[in-house]
Unconditional design. Structure first.
Length: 369
């Protein structure tokens, strides 16, 4: 049984959304998604809520998810992870035959959080790794290992920043578009050498809602469905001392699974556009290597500006990229549309200190298995 994206809805992203509560963000995104999908909340069988208690600010945060999604008294499955993990879970639930339609939702209200680094600290081992310094020290270790074992340079990392921020200028959903010089990035405020502040995606507020359904229902109801060809997710070793910091094993394993399911042998040739996690600039390059992509594919990577231009939305970050991928395949991406795209890859990373990653491959047309 095939699965399709029937509709997408985004409220944001904003550097701060002082006039909207997180519930209002989600409700607006849900309304847009349902309208885009050609479906009403009553026709949806359940929801997948991608939530994290720490980022929400209270325990059992998902208990507040059903109301604004119109899912009262319906099953809600919670994923404490990346948005693409929620998409993968929803796809599997639909493929069981128990659900015909599901909605996947996530949000960020980062402007409510005073000390965002403190949230990341909680994910580090409290004895060995929570050192009382910026948690970006782990990103610095990664960058040094990665640059020391690859052909990329510190200048290439800076170019990721300047390129993605520049691309975001033409994206109305990206709050951090701008023109930067390489020296602005390299000479910026140091966070953890060689990581500077400009190499880290700034947080933003947004809600992302995606409606999934069976191929049959999508073809009947949705104005222009996009088909989920494959998904995969994986994690590298949870113990930092046993992890290879020069590569993203989680991405490589997730990609291997997604490529095998989709029958892809050469991603660079068979896929038209790539959305690759760039919440740290060096991570985009690291993830590209793990996906089997070379620097020749850079013009087709993150045409929307990625997280560096669009903002770090916590669990919803990859959801924003997924929505843009859907718009690309529909030919509705506006100023950053890439002509002739029929297949897209979306990658998500859970963030420090993990190497938990996910990959989804989308097709513009329904394809045989």
């Amino acid at each position: 049984m095939g699965v399709a994206v029937m509709g997408v809805g985004i409220c944001g992203a904003f550097s701060a959304s002082n006039g909207l509560s997180y519930r209002e963000l989600i409700a607006r995104a849900a309304t847009m998604a349902y309208q885009d999908a050609g479906i009403k909340p009553d026709d949806i069988d359940g929801a997948v809520s991608v939530d994290e208690d720490f980022a929400s600010g209270y325990s059992i945060a998902d208990e507040y998810s059903p109301d604004q999604l119109g899912m009262a008294l319906k099953p809600v499955y919670t994923v404490c992870g990346d948005f693409l993990q929620g998409i993968g879970s929803a796809c599997m639930q639909i493929q069981t035959g128990q659900f015909r339609t599901l909605v996947v939702a996530a949000y960020s209200k980062a402007s409510n959080i005073l000390l965002k680094d403190e949230l990341i600290h909680f994910a580090f081992d409290p004895v060995f790794h929570r050192l009382g310094v910026s948690p970006s020290y782990l990103a610095a270790i990664e960058m040094q290992h990665f640059l020391g074992s690859s052909f990329y340079s510190l200048g290439d990392v800076a170019e990721v920043v300047t390129s993605n921020r520049s691309r975001a200028i033409g994206n109305p959903l990206a709050p951090y578009g701008g023109t930067l010089r390489l020296e602005d990035v390299l000479g910026g405020r140091p966070v953890a050498t060689p990581v500077t502040a400009a190499m880290i995606a700034r947080h933003a507020d947004a809600a992302v809602v995606v409606v999934l359904g069976t191929d049959k229902i999508a073809l009947e109801k949705a104005r222009r469905p996009v088909f989920v060809r494959s998904t995969g997710w994986a994690s590298a070793h949870s113990i930092l001392e046993r992890r290879d910091h020069a590569c993203s094993e989680g991405t490589a394993l997730a990609a291997r699974s997604a490529y095998a399911e989709a029958g892809i042998r050469n991603a660079a040739e068979e896929i038209g556009v790539f959305y690759v996690s760039d919440t740290y600039a060096h991570r985009q390059l690291m993830h590209m290597e793990a996906l089997g992509l070379t620097e020749e594919t850079l013009p087709r990577v993150n045409p929307d500006g990625g997280a560096l231009g669009g903002g770090d939305l916590f669990d919803a970050t990859a959801g924003m990229r997924l929505c843009d991928a859907v718009q690309q395949l529909r030919g509705e991406a506006g100023a950053h549309q890439i002509a002739g795209v029929t297949r897209a890859l979306v990658h998500g990373w859970r963030g420090l200190p993990t190497d938990t990653c996910a990959v989804a491959i989308l097709d513009a047309e329904r394809r045989s298995a």
